[in-house]
Each structure stands twice: as structure tokens, then as C-alpha cells.
Write a protein that binds this ligand. Structure first.
Ligand code: IVH
Length: 686
């Protein structure tokens, strides 16, 4: 009989596990540590030692087996909406709106005279659609919209929103789904960004994305600190309860049940009156502490809604009138350049910060030398700024009338302003300028290369954010990705923001990436022109990193779908001695270099149509479209009503961007595209 039977050992192991679980819960769920780190460590070490001495007591659910923060699920469970969560059709000008109203009237007329219609108007909140489910008067579930049929269960996160009732008064329906928008007040958004500034962390982009990120926290305690709010505007499944016959009475009833209902609502007899209200709301859109991107007009009478019905996507009885993208003027303080991980130099405008399209814009890309020339923007100019597709800050052009007499066109620099002062070169026929020193000597390229290595479509090192990468490279501890695999928890503790749990967690997540498949590893190395698709092809042809490192250029170029540009770039990369040492470090650090079993590419883009415009850093045009098709999506050459999203690279086609804007098609940058390929999910954008 072994020691395991010793009841004191068993009891001690159990006691330690119970204690550690309670401390973990306090730390991860309630957001407050209950013991000092050192004591926590001592308990964990004791448990680890006991488990090592008594392997028969090992258990998968022991706190020693957890990477940390393992309470909430890593993915959110699917929830099937019993009543689908529909989208809305959009209109962008008075004519389109009045034409819709006319269609509604005709639709209700049948063969006779159109009946009177009342138009209920309310704000279109710029947040995330959510369905709250109450059963027998108790809050039981919150689900995101997802694709309209199946959303995600975010109940613990939504439960932190204090203004939502968790119980309904007697007489409430036995099943009640209240739909509405979760949003982050602008004042909260500003407060969060002030905190980010104070801590030297990157700013959040806009309230909507921040709300989405706050909701998707695995740890609801983090959500609780974000002070999210909710506006109710619709019902889903309802069983029992009072007879309701209009939208206005539905909202009044929801308000009586203590659901937050916005005050800016109105009901009109004539569409022209609704239109006047819309234009008034557009003028005052920034008077409130939440973002709106339009007005929603709904047929008030519920029986008329039934007659009108819905298309597959949206009800015929409601329409969104979208406000035009905002334009603001500000001062262009300076034009600077940044160097990306491939050495590509991008000029960008540093602006006197201006609030436009839902967030403060202080910088905007100018793409390349030709774009700066074409727009002829100069430091000191008053410039017009807007958000392309509501996301990407864009300098539209200068207000020439306001320009100083002695202003000169901006000269594109020929050397990098960084301490290395490298030469910047633009090849004949290429729109882009490049820094010509090797990546290993350029401080900017170095940390960006490591960030890319750790990013989602690459090695996907959870918890290794930009700030940590910057700190690790600045201290000199990490010079290239190979150095990540010798990091220890103890070393991480030296860096700001790390405690024992977070340090262990990062080391554990680095560890899991040792077995990433070869295509990911290859892509992660950041070889110019080699995107995920090219990496996949190379991995399958040569089967190991070592074999690729040795492969003759012609053999690489001969692979169907690879071509001479990638082949030359791959050869150049591996021929560089500093890169050889990265490969050596990765191998020494235990990173697998020959895992080529096909990563099952899930058909996550099935039914989607993704248009790519402009050039991307990690994908050729064909590579991007192959990646979309491999996941079941379509990749047509032009934007239409059926387009799911437009990926906007450098120098996008103006007509595609304008069309996408007009149709309200979401636009993505390259990072969001890589995430889309991974998950099939668009960044929240309703
Ligand atoms: S009603 C069946 N009302 O807009 C009708 N939606 O573009 C469903 N939204 O997914 C929507 N404010 O997230 C409705 N007052 C409002 C809204 C609103 C914002 C969002 C909602 C929806 C999206 C459609």
C-alpha cells in the first residue's frame, strides 16, 4: 500500500485544492486577491510537491493543472435564438427613406386604399445587439446576436450590468426576451482611455469595440469594471403577459418593468414628420453620453408589422436611416513615418486630436509617398478628417484656403529618423519605400516582428501583448522570437504588470506554442510576401523548417501558387545569418519544426462574400482570395449588397470603399482579416 492511502496526505491535498480554488475564484472572478502572492505560491508549491510524490493523487482538475483564469469557458456556448435576431435595411438620404415609407404603405394597401400608418422613431444605438431572457420572472440568459440564428452565451458578463433587473414583478410573462443594445457610455470610454494613458498602455479605438471587448472577457470581473449600459428596443420570444398592440406601448411596458428605455422616441402620422425628426437627431447626435449612428423608424402597429413580414435578413416594417460619416477639420501637426515589420515605411499624419466618428483621432495613415503627393497635405495645414467605413481614420485633404503662404510640399525622407538612421529606398515601379537595413538592426522592426510572431494568425501566444513585447525587447532580454522559448516565470516577475499567476500563465501559453504546425511557424517568422497560404504550400512541399531553409530557390518557385517573388524572399530570409540563429534558437527551445499534418481549415466563411481591396502585408491578392475560398467563402472582385465585408489594405480602390460605405458593408483592416480567417467572426459592427 502506498502513502496515498494515508488519510492525512489525502486530506491535505484536498484542503490545498479547496483553498487554492477559492483564492483563484476570488482573484479571477471577483477581481480581488485574498492572499499575498508569496503565500499563494507556497500553497501551490506544497500541492505540486505532494502530487509529485503521490502521482496516484493527480487529478486533471487540480489547480496545479490549470493555466490560470480557467473558470470561465474559453469559448462562449452557442445559443439558438427562438425568434431570430434580424438585421435592418439601411437608407442614407431623404429620398430613399420616403421611398421605403411608400413601399410600406403600398404593402399594406393590398388592392385598396393604403391604411393610415404610424411611424415610431427611435435612435440607432451604436453598440452590440443583445437578447436578455427571463423565465418565470428571473434573468436566466444573455446572448449576442451572432449570425441572427445562433448567438453566444455571455450571461455572466451581462449579469454585471447593474441597471438591468434580475427579477421581474409578479404578472410578468413566463418567458420574456428583451432585445436591445449594450453600449459603453462615451464618458466611460474616455475614463478608460485616461487610465490606459496613465499606465502607458495603448488606447481603445472606440466605444463600440471596447464594449464588445468588455463583453467577451472570459473573466466577468473585468466586464464589471467597464460600466456597460443597455437600451431596450424590441421583444423576442414572449409567453404570456399583457396584450400589446403597438411599439410605443411595448416600450412603455418595458419601462414599467424597469428596463432602460431611451427618452428620444417619437411617433408620427406622416413620414415627412419622421424625416424632420431624423434630421434634428442628426444635428444633436453628440449631445448625449452614448454613440448613435442613425435613427430606426418602425411601423408602430404590431398587426401591420405581421402583414408586412420580413425578408431573410431584415423586417420590411423597419428601416435604419444612417447618419453620414462625420467629417471634422483639425490641424495636421506633422507628417512622420513608421517602419513596419517588413521594413515598409508608411507616412502618417500626426493630428491635433479630434473627436470624429466615435473616437478621438490623433494619427491617420497616409499610405505612401504618392498618396502624400496626391493629397498634397503639408505640416501646418488645416485638414479634413473622417473615418473610412467608420473604422479607419482618413485625411480627406487640406483646406487650401487656410494654408500659410510660405508652406512647402512635404519631402519624403531619405533616411530613417530612428537612432540607426538607415537609408530608405523606393524601387522603380514600386509605390512603397523600404528601410534597407536587416530587421535585426532596426529597433522598430525587431519588436514588431516579435509581435507578429505572437499574433493570432501566427503562433497565437495568448497573453503576450504589445506592451510586454516592447518591455522585453527594450530590456534586451528578447532580441528575436527564439528568445521567447527560454523565458522563465521568475524573469517575467522583473517586468511591470507581472505577478506570479500572470507570469506562469504566459510561460504556459508560450509552452503550448511549441507544438504549433509548421505553416503557422513559417508564417510567424514574418518573411516578406509569405502569407498563411504560401506558408501552407511550402510546409506541405518540404515537410520541415530545416528542409525549407536548404531548398533551392527554383524548387520553391516551382510550387503551384508560390511564384518567384515569394521564392526569392524565402531564400533571402534563410540566407541571412541572423535568421539562421533564430531557427537554431527555436529548435533548441523545443519548438517543433516538422508538424505538417494539415490543420483542419474549418469552413468558417461559408456563405460569406469577402472583397479585398488594396495591398496587404501578409497576403498577395491571390493568396488572400485562396485563404477565403479555402474556408468556404467567396471572394468576388466588386462590392455589392451581398458583400459580407471589405478588407481594406494600403491604397484601396476608392470606388470599392465608397460603395461599401454607401451600402453599410463593414470594412476590416488586415489584422481583423486574419482574425476573420481564424474564427469566421467579424468584429462587432452593428
Ligand atoms: S431593431 C428586427 N432598434 O442595429 C429589428 N435595432 O443594423 C431588429 N440597433 O442588430 C433591430 N439601435 O444591433 C433596432 N433602436 C434600435 C436599434 C437597433 C441599434 C442595431 C441592432 C441591430 C442593428 C441592425
Amino acid at each position: 500500500m502506498t502513502d496515498a492511502a494515508d488519510p492525512t496526505v489525502v486530506a491535505r491535498v484536498e484542503a490545498l485544492r479547496t483553498d487554492l480554488r477559492a483564492h483563484d475564484r476570488a482573484y479571477y472572478v471577483d477581481g480581488a486577491a485574498t492572499i499575498p502572492d508569496a503565500e499563494y505560491d507556497a500553497l501551490l508549491r506544497e500541492l505540486r510537491d505532494l502530487e509529485a510524490a503521490h502521482p496516484e493523487l493527480a487529478s486533471d482538475d487540480s489547480p496545479t493543472q490549470r493555466v490560470g483564469g480557467g473558470f470561465a469557458p474559453t469559448t462562449f456556448a452557442p445559443v439558438e435564438h427562438r425568434v431570430p435576431m434580424m438585421s435592418l435595411d439601411n437608407t442614407f438620404n431623404p429620398d430613399e427613406f420616403l421611398a421605403w415609407a411608400e413601399r410600406v404603405r403600398k404593402g399594406l394597401a393590398g388592392d385598396g386604399e393604403p391604411p393610415p400608418v404610424r411611424w415610431a422613431c427611435e435612435l440607432k444605438f451604436d453598440g452590440l445587439a443583445m437578447s436578455l431572457r427571463y423565465e418565470d420572472g428571473r434573468f436566466v440568459q444573455a446572448a449576442t446576436r451572432g449570425d441572427g440564428r445562433v448567438g453566444e452565451d455571455v450571461t455572466p458578463n451581462v449579469a454585471t450590468i447593474t441597471e438591468l433587473p434580475d427579477h421581474l414583478p409578479g404578472g410578468a410573462p413566463s418567458v420574456l426576451e428583451v432585445r436591445g443594445e449594450i453600449y459603453l457610455p462615451v464618458s466611460e470610454f474616455d475614463r478608460l482611455n485616461e487610465r490606459q494613458d496613465a499606465e502607458g498602455k495603448p488606447r481603445y479605438a472606440n466605444p463600440r469595440n471596447t464594449a464588445a471587448g468588455s463583453l467577451r472577457q472570459k473573466d466577468a470581473a473585468v466586464t464589471a469594471t467597464r460600466n456597460l449600459r443597455f437600451w431596450s428596443y424590441q421583444l423576442g420570444e414572449v409567453v404570456g403577459g399583457p396584450e400589446l398592440n403597438s411599439h410605443a406601448s411595448t416600450l412603455a411596458w418595458l419601462s414599467e418593468l424597469d428596463f432602460p428605455v431611451n427618452d428620444h422616441t417619437a411617433v408620427f402620422d406622416e413620414p415627412e414628420e419622421a424625416l424632420a425628426w431624423i434630421l434634428e437627431r442628426e444635428r444633436s447626435r453628440h449631445d448625449d453620453d452614448y454613440e448613435t449612428d442613425g435613427v430606426v423608424v418602425k411601423v408602430d402597429e404590431l398587426s401591420q408589422r405581421e402583414l408586412l413580414g420580413s425578408t431573410a435578413r431584415a423586417p420590411r416594417w423597419a428601416i435604419a436611416y444612417k447618419f453620414p460619416p462625420e467629417e471634422r477639420t483639425t490641424t495636421l501637426l506633422d507628417i512622420e513615418i513608421s517602419v513596419g515589420r517588413t521594413g515598409r515605411v508608411t507616412p502618417f499624419a500626426r493630428l491635433d486630436p479630434v473627436f470624429v466618428g466615435g473616437s478621438t483621432v490623433g494619427v491617420a495613415t497616409l499610405h505612401n509617398e504618392d498618396q502624400v503627393r496626391l493629397k498634397d497635405v503639408r505640416p501646418g495645414d488645416t485638414v479634413i478628417v473622417r473615418k473610412a467605413g467608420d473604422v479607419i481614420p482618413e485625411v480627406v485633404g487640406p483646406v487650401v484656403a487656410d494654408r500659410a503662404d510660405d508652406s512647402e510640399p512635404w519631402p519624403f525622407p531619405s533616411t530613417c529618423p530612428c537612432p540607426v538612421g538607415s537609408t530608405l529606398e523606393r524601387a522603380e515601379g514600386d509605390a512603397n519605400t523600404y528601410c534597407v537595413v536587416p530587421a535585426s538592426t532596426c529597433p522598430e522592426r525587431r519588436w514588431q516582428g516579435i509581435s507578429h510572431f505572437a499574433s493570432r494568425g501566427a503562433m497565437d501566444i495568448e497573453g503576450l501583448g504589445e506592451r510586454t513585447v516592447l518591455a522585453l525587447t527594450r530590456s534586451g532580454r528578447v532580441a528575436d522570437p527564439g528568445d521567447l522559448y527560454t523565458l522563465t516565470s521568475e524573469e517575467l516577475l522583473e517586468y511591470e504588470g507581472f505577478a506570479t499567476i500572470s507570469a506562469d500563465k504566459l510561460i504556459a501559453s508560450i509552452d503550448t506554442t511549441r507544438s504549433r504546425p509548421l505553416p503557422r511557424l513559417l508564417f510567424a517568422l514574418g518573411i516578406d510576401h509569405l502569407g498563411p497560404t504560401g506558408a501552407e504550400l511550402l510546409a506541405h512541399r518540404f515537410r520541415s523548417l530545416e528542409a525549407i531553409a536548404e531548398a533551392p530557390e527554383d524548387d520553391i518557385a516551382a510550387i503551384d501558387g508560390v511564384g518567384p517573388t515569394i521564392a526569392a524572399s524565402v531564400r533571402t530570409w534563410f540566407d541571412d545569418e541572423t535568421h539562421g540563429s533564430i531557427v537554431d534558437k527555436l529548435v533548441a527551445g523545443g519548438v517543433a519544426t516538422d508538424r505538417v499534418e494539415t490543420e483542419v481549415v474549418e469552413p468558417v466563411l461559408e456563405g460569406m462574400s469577402i472583397v479585398v481591396t488594396g495591398s496587404l502585408e501578409g497576403f498577395s491578392r491571390d493568396g488572400a482570395s485562396a485563404a477565403i475560398k479555402a474556408r468556404g467563402g467567396k471572394s468576388p472582385g466588386s462590392v455589392s449588397k451581398k458583400t459580407t465585408a471589405v478588407v481594406v489594405g494600403a491604397e484601396p480602390g476608392a470606388s470599392k470603399v465608397t460603395k461599401a460605405e454607401d451600402l453599410g458593408v463593414p470594412m476590416l483592416d488586415e489584422a481583423a482579416f486574419v482574425a476573420l480567417l481564424e474564427t469566421g467572426e467579424l468584429p462587432p459592427s452593428e
